[in-house]
Design a protein around this ligand. Structure first.
Ligand SMILES: NC(=O)c1ccc[n+]([C@@H]2O[C@H](COP(=O)([O-])OP(=O)(O)OC[C@H]3O[C@@H](n4cnc5c(N)ncnc54)[C@H](OP(=O)(O)O)[C@@H]3O)[C@@H](O)[C@H]2O)c1
Length: 286
């Protein structure tokens, strides 16, 4: 797995592009917001959404971009260069109309649709400049997502840069050259926020049981402080773990359980394997 070399995404690096966003639910709206936050012109963003949410209507009032309720309504003169597909997996088949008039022939199509492989997407989007599968996680809504992209073979290196810049609007982006790693990504990073919330919530409940009245803030501060400490230096998490663990002390007592052979790593490994298996099963049935 590779991380594309970091390059600051600027409005100008995406200003040449024309965007078509299909499906403005949670994911679509996060992308539209981040495009506007990066000052992309509203003339370069067209959205297709059947049921406009209050949030989408508010965004439109503020930014005056075009929203159509179906694919047929897109003006043929609007030729997108980057198209985001952000509909639910079972709604993908409703997008066949995009092949009419070769609407996407100059566009790279980026699909965030869970479980739909490049071979499935090629059946729906027949004439494109290339298809990219992207998988991400819920922190995209605060531009702190972790995203992985898999490029269809025919996509050339120079076509990749704008896609990295586009997905970087939502956080960090890495590339995988193996499509099947997307299931593992989903199991580790897609579901990852839930594991972290479970850990946070468990500590909150333990602290409450010990007698602390409102320990939420203390637990969050411990998480945030630990992450910031990690980011502030060159040390690895294992180094910092050792630093907190003095011989015969309290942390060592706790880690004799948490870091034992049957401890956290072993439980997480089992959980992630089960999630990855489920991801593979789901992509066969959705
Ligand atoms: N949310 C995330 O963080 C996240 C992370 C990773 C992957 N994903 C993937 O991203 C995709 C979208 O997720 P989401 O949470 O944003 O879903 P969502 O909130 O249901 O949004 C999808 C939107 O697309 C609309 N739509 C469906 N078919 C359409 C069509 N033919 N023309 C116009 N609009 C259409 C839907 O309208 P209706 O209201 O009529 O259904 C809905 O508003 C899913 O495939 C999901 O697996 C999401």
């Amino acid at each position: 797995m590779e991380i594309m070399p970091k390059k600051k995404t600027t409005a100008s690096s995406l200003n040449k592009e024309k965007f078509l966003i299909i499906g403005a639910g949670n994911m679509g709206i996060a992308v539209i917001k981040s495009l506007f936050n990066h000052r992309i012109s509203s003339k370069k963003i067209v959205v297709i959404e059947k049921n406009q949410s209050r949030e989408l209507k508010k965004l439109k009032r503020l930014n005056k971009f075009e929203i159509k309720n179906s694919i047929d309504k897109i003006n043929n003169l609007y030729q997108p260069t980057i198209t985001l597909i952000a509909v639910k997996p079972n709604q993908l088949k409703t997008l066949n109309g995009l092949n009419k008039d070769n609407k996407l022939s100059n566009s790279i199509v980026v699909s965030v649709v869970a479980g739909k492989k490049i071979k499935d997407l090629n059946k729906v989007f027949k004439k494109t400049s290339g298809i990219v599968r992207a998988m991400t996680n819920t922190p995209v809504s605060v531009n702190m997502g972790t995203t992985i992209v898999y490029f269809e073979r025919k996509i050339k290196i120079k076509q990749k840069r704008p896609i990295f810049d586009f997905m970087s609007l939502l956080g960090q982006v890495s590339e995988t050259k193996k499509e099947n790693l997307i299931d593992d990504f989903t199991a580790i990073f897609g579901s990852g926020p839930a594991y972290i919330y479970l850990f946070i919530n468990s500590l909150i409940e333990i602290a409450k049981k010990s007698g602390f009245k409102n320990p939420e803030g203390m637990v969050l501060q411990t998480f945030l402080g630990s992450i910031l400490l990690l980011l502030s230096g060159q040390k690895k998490p294992s180094d910092l773990q050792k630093k907190v663990t003095s011989k015969g002390g309290t942390t060592e007592a706790a880690l004799s359980i948490l870091a034992s052979n049957e401890g956290l790593k072993s439980i997480l490994t089992k959980a992630v394997k089960k999630a990855a298996k489920r991801s593979r099963e789901l992509s066969k049935i959705i």
